[in-house]
Design a protein around this ligand. Structure first.
Ligand code: C2E
Ligand code: CA
Ligand code: CA
Ligand code: CA
Length: 292
């Protein structure tokens, strides 16, 4: 979070080329610059050398207790530094443009894994794949992703795009067109981190959306703050009245689960059921008979 922006960095690089500016740099600032450059290098190398893995976190159908889908989540394991969390490298990749490569890499990995699982008869579920704001406004996004689906042989109706409300809000008309193209091709649309953005309910009606994912922050405080429970109940009934399904993310306790079941939430995801799993760990849990 206290990483420097590209603008900061450009300024600092320019200044360090001029004599006499060195005394402005505190060790702390230097450290942050070093860290950012290091991280940038790490992400680039990770992409070149395929050090990025895709993990899958189960999303469970409330009614059956079985796997409904899973969310694909990027993992970066550095040989010396260990795991670098997506909360660090995704925003950085978003800033420096590496997100295009990273996003396509994750999309391709997730689709080919699901194609293989379906072929083996291991799973009967779909996969949720995150798209960042910058990816979403990329002009050839839809063609690229549909191309990857063809390449991997995964049926488009097995894929749900996860996109935050803020990404959609930047240009609503353009967003509607992009989402329409995904929908026409057979993909599903999910609004991620719902409740944290600036969207109004009225604009939601104009978007071709299948599902809302209630942000983890609402679920976390469900039992602590009265109004959180009221908000969650309201989101669920509003979504249902608009024929959308609802996923609650970050479900960690039985109490939260029971409340969500009572409130007619459709799907749940969180540590209460499972953390994101590597392919090898996911496979046995993803088999059709497994009840979570
Ligand atoms: P997100 O899309 O909201 O993903 C859900 C995050 O919540 C994941 O964090 C997941 O591990 C975490 N989580 C799930 N259940 C629980 C729980 O019960 N308790 C807690 N405390 N956390 C839970 P993760 O994997 O660290 O990813 C963080 C964010 O990074 C994601 O948030 C998403 O915005 C971004 N991200 C991850 N992979 C990708 C990717 O391939 N592409 C893009 N564009 N963004 C990604
Ligand atoms: Ca997500
Ligand atoms: Ca989310
Ligand atoms: Ca989130």
């Amino acid at each position: 979070q206290d990483l420097l922006s590209n603008a900061d960095l450009a300024l600092i690089r320019a200044k360090t080329h001029c004599k006499g500016y060195h005394h402005f740099y505190t060790p702390d600032l230097n450290e942050r610059v070093q860290h950012r450059i290091y991280l940038e290098e790490t992400v680039r190398t990770a992409l070149d050398e395929q050090m990025i893995q895709v993990y899958f976190q189960p999303v469970i159908d409330m009614e059956t207790g079985r796997l409904s889908s899973s969310e694909a989540l990027a993992r970066l394991f550095h040989p010396e530094r260990g795991e670098i969390p997506p909360g660090q490298f995704i925003p950085l990749a978003e800033e420096n443009g590496l997100i295009y490569r990273l996003g396509e890499y994750v999309f391709r990995q997730a689709c080919s894994q699901y194609a293989a699982w379906l072929e083996l008869g291991v799973v009967d579920a779909s996969v949720g794949i995150n798209l960042s704001a910058r990816q979403f406004i990329q002009p050839n996004l839809v063609d690229n992703l549909l191309g990857i689906l063809q390449e991997t042989g995964l049926s488009p109706d097995r894929v749900t795009i996860e996109i935050t409300e803020n990404s959609l809000m930047q240009d609503i008309d353009e967003s509607v067109r992009t989402l329409r193209r995904f929908k026409d091709a057979g993909l599903q649309i999910s609004i991620d981190d719902f409740g944290t953005g600036y969207s109004s309910l009225s604009y939601l009606k104009t978007l071709p959306v299948d599902q809302l994912k209630i942000d983890r922050s609402f679920i976390r405080d469900l039992m602590v703050r009265d109004n959180q429970a009221a908000i969650v109940t309201a989101i669920i009934s509003m979504a249902h009245s608009m024929h959308m399904r609802v996923v609650a993310e970050g479900v960690e306790t039985k109490q939260q689960f029971d409340f969500l079941k009572q409130s007619s939430c459709d799907y749940v995801q969180g540590y209460y059921f499972s953390k994101p799993l590597s392919v090898i760990h996911a496979q046995p849990h993803f088999e059709k008979e497994t009840v979570f």
